[in-house]
Design a protein around this ligand. Structure first.
Ligand SMILES: *[C@@H]1O[C@H](CO)[C@@H](O)[C@H](O)[C@H]1NC(C)=O
Ligand SMILES: *[C@@H]1O[C@H](CO)[C@@H](O)[C@H](O)[C@H]1NC(C)=O
Ligand SMILES: *[C@@H]1O[C@H](CO)[C@@H](O)[C@H](O)[C@H]1NC(C)=O
Length: 251
């Protein structure tokens, strides 16, 4: 159980050192974002290959800044040793053999994460994201507590509960809300948050404006809309979709 109950107080304690040391332009939180390939691909048909039945990395995002250095180009030859793991853990679901997804993530988020000394090279950024992904091992934790893809719907509180109990922090869970069927939402993305020292911390359900400039704020809203994900509704059943059948996939 969590020792510190009032969330604001917990945050204040967790954050106090970061606030004091960090210059105002610096990010104060990292968001490790996982997505569920079947759900992602259900929005991106027909280019997508939803043949992966584990949570994969979407990105490691600082809470502040987008495209912080557009002249810092992605270079996969700096990441040779990481590429096998990246292909498995951080695959480009739209185009498995292309580096475009990593390039995009580096350009948009990595160059901002790189303001911290701990993430100030491409190798540091990508290897830290992989390290955190493996350390958290979200896919195994969900399975271990019987949250598995299923034809039966879950309550959001079941999924959230497993994550909160195990990691002792609040995740942000995002769903796709199909316009044709308001009685169900599809589990799509799970974010787990960390402080600048890579210690787990609560994610906030709603972004707070005070930590973001107007430009960041606008970008993030556009980003959310474009991705098709929004925070899951507590009162709507959650569908955690299995892989499409093998037969469908070979077509
Ligand atoms: C998924 O399918 C793509 C394209 O057919 C292939 O390149 C990739 O290796 C497959 N991934 C897995 C985990 O089977
Ligand atoms: C942006 O990245 C380039 C290439 O790595 C580097 O030379 C330059 O100093 C960076 N600019 C800033 C403002 O960090
Ligand atoms: C990518 O990195 C490698 C290894 O450091 C270097 O030799 C190469 O010139 C770089 N490529 C580009 C396009 O910067």
């Amino acid at each position: 159980m969590k020792l510190c109950i009032p969330p604001l107080l917990c945050l204040a304690v967790a954050f106090s050192s970061a606030f004091v040391i960090s210059p105002p332009h610096m990010w104060t939180k990292l968001i490790l974002t996982h997505h569920w390939p079947s759900t992602f691909c259900s929005m991106e048909k027909p280019a997508c290959h939803p043949n992966i039945s584990y949570w994969t990395l979407h990105g490691l995002w600082p809470d502040k800044g987008i495209v912080c250095n557009s002249s810092w180009h992605f270079n996969s030859s700096l990441l040779e040793d990481l590429l096998p793991d990246m292909k498995k853990s951080w695959p480009n679901l739209l185009s498995p053999s292309s580096a475009s997804f990593w390039k995009y993530e580096w350009h948009k988020h990595g160059t901002c994460a790189a303001k911290a000394a701990s993430l100030n090279t491409q190798h540091k950024y990508f290897s830290k994201a992989l390290e955190l992904y493996h350390k958290l091992d979200l896919d195994s934790i969900l399975k271990k507590f019987d949250i598995v893809p299923s034809a039966t719907y879950y309550k959001l509180s079941q999924i959230e509960g497993v994550i909160e109990n195990f990691y002792n922090v609040k995740p942000k869970i995002q769903c796709v809300h199909p316009s044709k069927n308001p009685d169900v939402q599809i589990l799509g993305q799970i974010e787990i948050c960390l402080d600048p020292d890579f210690t787990l911390m609560d994610c906030e359900k709603h972004l707070t404006t005070e930590k973001m400039s107007k430009g960041d704020w606008k970008n993030l809203i556009v980003d959310d809309k474009a991705s098709g994900f929004s925070v899951c509704d507590l009162n709507v059943p959650v569908y955690y979709p299995p892989l499409p059948s093998t037969h469908e996939r070979t077509n």
